[in-house]
Design a protein around this ligand. Sequence first.
Ligand code: NAD
Ligand code: MLT
Length: 317
Amino acid sequence: MSSFKLEKVLISDACDPSVVDILKSRDIRCDIKTGLPKEQLIDTIKDYDALIVRSNTQVTADVIAAGKKLKVIGRAGVGVDNIDVQAAKQLGVSVINAPGGNSISAAELTCTMLLSVSRHLAQACASLKNGVWDRKSFSGNEVYGKTLAIIGLGRIGREVAARMQAFGMKTIGFDPLVSAETSQTFGVETVALDKLWPLADYITVHTPLIPQTKNLLNDTTIAQCKKGVRIVNVARGGIVDEEALLRGLQSGQVGGAGLDVYEEEPPSRSQLIGHPKVICTPHLGASTKEAQINVAKEIAYQFIDMIDGKPVAGKVC
Ligand code: NAD
Ligand code: MLT
């Protein structure tokens, strides 16, 4: 039997109710208090031994330090960029995430973006809704036979590959942790990054935002791409340099972009968002009923595994 106990959990972002049902079944009290200003969060956290967040709550070092009873922070999603993991580690607070629950949803949005960018779906829809019957401006491209470069061949990158292969795309990719033999098993030919840029008709990124991936797509790498390359980012803002992307779109070097995530959220670069060749969504990759149920359950069951002394799949620290 483990000595790890949880009594009171604070849920500070909107999560699927299944998280509460599962924790309550083990007599754990859950309080939902969303949208707390930082000072209030700091004042509130002191009474709780666990915190569950999505991406809205900024779990900074001072918030963690104020949680005198805090034992674990659960992130109902993948990215832990809103949690100061280093501070949590130093203060002996575990951080766990829900790594697989929203992969399919994020992959499906990526494929939707790739197809919509190819067929100007959002622009044509907006035009017709404005009363314009314009069949000339929105002629697009087939994705069939085109090359899709996938940077980051983890959970989501692989799901995107499988789906776009069904559309007849050739899939190439790069991931420093995935060997050529492994990537062959899911139909992706690995290519060194410097060789990848000129081969791609479409590029999609599926890496975390870390120093090695910050501004991975920039003026220099975009210039090495085919003219008219389409770029999709459903991973993290900052992997694609937004100013370089805008310059690429303005010069025609980039033929279109699909963006779900931004360097700043909500995004401040209205010229990029407003560019006619950009389709954009407000960080909706995981915003499906299925993904939200999955990540809520994944976090709740991991809390219970901790209590039961079992290994925890999503342990970040
Ligand atoms: P994952 O950990 O399964 O895969 C990430 C892959 O990136 C790993 O295989 C890793 O080796 C690779 N990688 C790391 N550094 C790299 C580099 N320098 N170059 C190329 N590859 C590199 O993660 P995942 O679940 O596939 O998630 C991918 C991204 O999508 C994350 O940033 C995550 O936060 C984001 N995400 C966004 C949404 C959304 O709502 N838009 C939803 C889910 C996930
Ligand atoms: C994630 O990292 O899981 C996504 O960005 C989705 C979310 O914000 O929950």
